[in-house]
Design a protein around this ligand. Structure first.
Ligand code: ARG
Ligand code: ZN
Length: 422
């Protein structure tokens, strides 16, 4: 089978999206730089008539000659929109300078296979290695792991997630797992990678996994806050937020886990962008938050479980963060969290506590877990992984494996529960 791949280059990063997907895949992102007033107007008309999702700049009115425009186009409309774009210019190249087509066969697969087999899951990895890992794992296990684009970060990096899906005619429900919404919590992305590794390694022979994958697809976003993660590797190890610019470049970063539209900016949030808990200029002001929100909203009828991974404190947290009130179905949700905590303790004896976010951690508004819960998805949990405060965010690498092993047990307990229920 021949697949056509579209390759977009953003700076030094190359993003590959297969253009033949029919189901929701986050769409395709086109980078366009108009070269004349006429092209600006033509482009603005197309954006308006197609109601396209403009990622950059904010409004069609903000587009000028030489403005770099990022626009998301649903896969199903790509061909038609491209034809329209052609009318804006004698040649597509002028308008879409960064788009080129290549055939899948020409993308070297041998190199990726080699590195993916030698990937070390017990060290932390910089973002470029994680990107390679995402590509590699999807290539190696292409029969049931595929990579998709969720959106772009503030600094225009592709947010890629992996969809683990056993081919079948069944209509499947969805389990969502994201890692690394807070940049410095490096154990979280390490866990997301561990999780995918465990599934692809064991699903042939592990009846537990096969049973889950009969009814559920698992979507894994290995690093949500990519710009922040890179910053924590290159500039400031304890950086927490994303890297969006505020106050004319006087301060940077929104706490993405205060930016969701749920009781926004009321508890343990700041309106000062220098604060580590800056809630943003408005609910969902950040592209990273928006990408998650759009996905969850578009698939909310199918999502049965939402897990967001953090560190540290060894907790499994339920709604709510924004209030001390008890959530809908609290008894059942708490029971599941406790089951997960005891499954985790069985592996290496590490104690995890279960309970409401506001009670076990602190009151905090605008968290993804609460927003998802109030959207109607009961089983929405925040995991705070190791440790208990000795190393805090700089968990030593020799704890990656035991942390991931115990967390795997907790996550599987929750997934098995929702699989029985739905
Ligand atoms: N990951 C947590 C957060 O989302 C920080 C947990 C740190 N633990 C603590 N006791 N402060 O804010
Ligand atoms: Zn966190």
């Amino acid at each position: 089978m021949h697949h056509l791949w579209i390759v977009w280059t953003f700076g030094t990063l190359t993003l590959q999206v297969c253009c033949t997907g029919t189901e929701y895949d986050g769409g395709n992102i086109l980078e366009i730089t108009p070269e004349s007033e006429k092209q600006v107007q033509c482009l603005q008309n197309i954006l308006q008539s197609w109601l396209l999702d403009l990622l950059k700049p904010l409004q069609p009115e903000d587009i000028n000659v030489k403005t770099t425009v990022h626009v998301r186009i649903p896969s199903t409309a790509l061909q038609l929109v491209k034809e329209d774009l052609l009318h804006c210019s004698q040649s597509l190249e002028i308008l879409t300078g960064n788009v080129k087509y290549i055939e899948e066969d020409k993308i070297d697969t041998k190199e990726t296979r080699k590195t993916i087999n030698e990937y070390n899951y017990t060290t932390y990895h910089p973002m470029n290695e994680i990107y390679d890992w995402i590509n590699g794992i999807a290539k190696k296990h292409s029969q049931f792991v595929t990579q998709h684009l969720l959106g772009l970060t503030y600094e225009s990096r592709p947010m890629q997630y992996l969809k683990i899906s056993q081919p079948s005619e069944n209509h499947k429900k969805i389990v969502w797992i994201d890692c690394g919404i807070h940049a410095r919590e490096w154990i979280a992305p390490a866990f997301c990678q561990w999780f995918v590794k465990e599934i692809v390694q064991n699903y042939q022979n592990d009846q537990r996994i096969r049973k889950i994958l009969q009814n559920l697809d698992i979507y894994v976003l290995p690093v949500l806050n990519i710009d922040g993660y890179i910053y924590s590797w290159t500039k400031e190890r304890l950086w927490r937020k994303n890297r969006s610019q505020y106050g004319n470049g006087t301060c940077y970063g929104v706490d993405l886990n205060r930016n969701f539209n749920v009781s926004w900016c009321t508890h343990r949030s700041s309106t000062n962008c220098s604060s580590n808990s800056f809630c943003g200029s408005s609910p969902v002001s950040e592209p990273e938050t928006r990408a998650v929100v759009e996905f969850v909203e578009s698939r909310k009828a199918d999502i049965v479980c939402f897990l967001t991974m953090h560190s540290y404190s060894q907790l499994i947290l339920t709604a709510y963060g924004y209030s001390t009130g008890l959530s809908r179905n609290y008894n059942e949700i708490f029971k599941v969290a406790e089951m997960a905590a005891s499954a985790m303790e069985k592996i290496h004896g590490t104690k995890y506590r279960a309970g409401p976010f506001s009670k076990l951690l602190y009151e905090a508004s605008g968290t993804s877990q609460d927003w998802v819960h109030d959207l109607g998805i009961d089983f929405s949990f925040t995991f705070e992984l190791r440790d208990n405060g000795s190393h805090k965010f700089t968990l030593p690498e020799d704890q990656i494996q035991p942390t991931c092993e115990e967390t795997m047990a907790g996550v599987m307990t929750i997934i098995e529960y929702v699989n029985e229920k739905y």
